[in-house]
Each structure stands twice: as structure tokens, then as C-alpha cells.
Ligand binder design. Structure first.
Ligand code: DC
Length: 218
């Protein structure tokens, strides 16, 4: 069984999906983290696309959800701590827009969820990756609210960060994610829309858990 959550950066889908996974004791899959890990290979290849695709074919990428964290390894080496750097953030949209990269990540994800009960989050899961998902959600929130959440999350480790900088970065990523040709960010027609602007975190988690448990009972 698979539940998917799509939505723009900062809409709360990652923390919500993790909380749902913990409460219902199901598996969690973070597709953005896979694109970020693959971006490390792009940087390792010095942004040379031929060298990058060779590396991608040679390396083994594995992942699992454990201790409330989505862990990724490349050839058995943990890379989880390296995927949220500004350098990866700067290049990930470009890498995620490459058709062959998307095909690679989609195959990894489909193989992973073949067994078990999963909640997965990303941008195109309900539209392109799992069009037959058992449940689909599309989470959004207004830009100021999303920027505020990211700002508060990152400020403690980045004292010089400004709110305006975070807001501009999110606006830029929204534009890139929703305008790209291959599988852009879009609400699936059959996705349940959740606007989190005025919802508490608990309310978001409750709503999704309720849908999943109702479906599991039926
Ligand atoms: O959710 P995130 O910020 O970790 O995602 C990182 C990048 O990957 C973001 O620029 C959009 C892209 N992404 C994507 O194109 N498709 C997905 N299913 C998930 C993420």
C-alpha cells in the first residue's frame, strides 16, 4: 500500500509524512533526498554530464527509514549528512530536471515500495511515479508561511541567514519545479488538497492518518 504527498518546498510534507510514518508504524520514503544524493554524484563528476551518468550507473544507492531519519548510502557509505548543504541545494533542481535521472529515481522508488506499507513525499509522485497510489495528498501553504518555517528551521545553524533570502530561494525553487518540462510539480486530479497555512502540525498529521486508517479498515 502506498500513500503519496506532493507539494512545494516548505509546505510541511516531509515532517508530516515522517510523523504519519512513526504514528502508524509504516515506512517513509523521501524522494527529494534521493535527488539530493544523486546531486552529490553530479558534483563529484565536476558537473560533467557524461562522467556523471557513468558514475550513476556504477554506484549502488540504498536507503531506509530508521530512528526518525531517512538514511541514504552510496556504495555502502552514509551520505545523509551531506545532502542538505547550500551547494547541493544550488544544483539539485538542475539534476532533478534531467529525464534520465528521473527515470533512475522512479525505478528505485517503485522497486522499494513493491513490498510493505509506505508513505512517500515529493513533487510528482501522485502524477508520474505512482499514478495508482492508494491515497494521494497535495500539501500547500502560502509563500510567507513556507518561508517562515524554513527560516526558523535553518536559522539556528546559519546565524547570517535572512528571511528574505529564504523566501527568494523558495520562490526560485517553486518556479523551477513547476515549470520544468519533465514531470513538473502539479496536483494530481485525484489528490486530496491540504492547505497548511492555518493548520497546526498535529491537525495535518491527524487528517492524513485518519484517511490512511480508514482505508486500511475498509
Ligand atoms: O524536497 P526537497 O527539497 O528535498 O527536494 C529536493 C529537490 O528535488 C527539489 O528541487 C525538487 C526535486 N524533487 C523532484 O523534482 N521530484 C521529487 N519527487 C522530489 C524532489
Amino acid at each position: 500500500m502506498i500513500t503519496v504527498i506532493d507539494g512545494p518546498a516548505g509546505s510541511g510534507k516531509s515532517s508530516t509524512a515522517r510523523a504519519v510514518a512513526d504514528r502508524l508504524e509504516i515506512e517513509y520514503l523521501d524522494s527529494g533526498a534521493l535527488y539530493r544524493a544523486i546531486t552529490l554524484l553530479y558534483l563529484q563528476a565536476h558537473r560533467n554530464e557524461t562522467a556523471f551518468f557513468q558514475l550513476l550507473q556504477q554506484k549502488e544507492i540504498s536507503f531506509c527509514y530508521r530512528d526518525r531519519q531517512f538514511h541514504i548510502e552510496i556504495d555502502g557509505r552514509p551520505v545523509t549528512d551531506r545532502i542538505r548543504t547550500p551547494r547541493v541545494a544550488e544544483h539539485v533542481s538542475k539534476v532533478a530536471a534531467m529525464r534520465d535521472v528521473r527515470a533512475f529515481v522512479n525505478r528505485l522508488m517503485r522497486e522499494a515500495v513493491a513490498d510493505g506499507v509506505y508513505i512517500a513525499e515529493g513533487r510528482d509522485l501522485g502524477t508520474a511515479v505512482f499514478p495508482d497510489a492508494d491515497l494521494k495528498f497535495y500539501m500547500s501553504a502560502d509563500i510567507k508561511q513556507r518561508a517562515r518555517r524554513r527560516y526558523e528551521e535553518r536559522k539556528p545553524d546559519n546565524p547570517d541567514l535572512t528571511f528574505e533570502e529564504v523566501k527568494q530561494n523558495i520562490e526560485q525553487r517553486d518556479r523551477k519545479d513547476s515549470r520544468r518540462k519533465t514531470d513538473p510539480l502539479k496536483k494530481a486530479e485525484d489528490a486530496i488538497a491540504i492547505d497548511t497555512t492555518n493548520l497546526s502540525f498535529e491537525q495535518q498529521v491527524d487528517q492524513i492518518c485518519l484517511h490512511i486508517t480508514n482505508l486500511m479498515k475498509s
